[in-house]
Design a binder for this molecule. Sequence first.
Ligand code: GLN
Length: 487
Amino acid sequence: MKLHELTIRETHELLSSRKISSEELTRDYLERIQRLDPQVKSYVTVSEDVALEQAQKADECLKSGEGLTPLTGIPYSAKDSISTRGVNTTCSSKILENYKPFYDATAIKKLNSANSVLLGKNNMDEFGMGSSTENSGFFTTRNPWNFDHVPGGSSGGSAATVAAGLAPFALGEDTGGSVRMPASFCGVTGLKTTYGRVSRYGLIPLVSSFDTIGPMARSAYDVALVLEAIAGHDPKDSTSRVESVQSYSESLKKTENLRGLRIGIPKEYFVEGLDKEVEASVRTAIKQIEGLGADVVEVSLPHTQYAIPVYYLILFAEASSNLAKYDGVRFGLSERTGDLMDVYLKTREAGFGAEAKRRIMLGTFALSAGYYDAYYLKAQKVRALIRQDFQKAFETCDALITPVAPTTAFRIGEKISNPLDMYLSDVFVVAVNLAGIPALSVPCGISNGLPIGMQIIGPHLSEETLLRIGYLYQSQTDWHTKHPPCW
Ligand code: GLN
């Protein structure tokens, strides 16, 4: 078996028994990236020097056995909105093209202390705004299953990297589906964590009240390994959760069935516009989960239809405020011409892409005097209703199952000229961010050579339950072990 075909769990066994070194493994991945990424285009930056240095350090740790963790010596990549010290962190925006942070995000710091190996940074929609990576300021990532199709977004580079075997796991960011949607389009397992479960320190913000960092890998078990390494309270992020982190992977090993678990199927997620094959695959998966002992009931989330407008309104408002700091004075691109106002205008004109500009303008409008109550405040009120829908549903069930997206990966170019159409592809993922709850995307089928994903949603801090369902489902099915042609 080739090295890139191994899961984290299998790779760890080879590393800890010293059958391979982290340096060999890292060189193997770097060679694959060099060979295959010119087609997939999942990396914005490959941090070869950092990777080899970290791999050597990991090998010392593996030799001494001191401080060994399941991620020691394991390579990974991170979405380019997650700060990495001394390594370009661009958010795939021209405005941050040469920006090198002088500190690591907490999630990266935790992976450093586990002696994991950073291979590089993944392409994304600019600042996380999009569902296809076509809004990247640099280039579009291709879906490894079919290069004519998008990988999903905005963490499309991270999903494509994992799917093409160019990293065993990646860190993504999910503000409105950006981990789950690309995971589903590329056939990998991705977790949107509970808001605050993983520190946001060092994550360049899109929408501060929605943003979460989450792992993408080839199985629920591998996702559990990464989650337990990066989760936890962080004094540097006042919104991070104080609850102690469970040993997710240990509890998976003890799981035998889903008896006693109640699964809700929200009827608002199986509606017109949902592709027939996607629906059929998700329904088959639900049957299989029922076969594992779970009880399945229909539930209702009556305010679902408002999720898209509410999400986008709040997003425009918060994003316009978060992006105000890119002014050509403090960091990143600076067009030094004319007076100060010229610097602001020219820098933002040259640095931001069309989608970022659209959202900044709409958000600034929504927050302007006289409109705040009518738009932002109203959206926040409806957000509370959407959150209550979930709370009510979780009084009668432990988790919900839905499709991740209404279709499989669409074609490159298909939706880029129609922003509303692009926003609608997020219809099943954004309500989860409005509620701050976790959700897992798990491969559950293939249609016309493109993967299908199901979404397992749970109440706050229910990551263990979601992973348990995903893990047992994957122990009975092989969708997560299927690979794209370029593999
Ligand atoms: N499709 C969502 C958007 O465009 C993705 C946001 C995200 O999760 N970063 O806003």
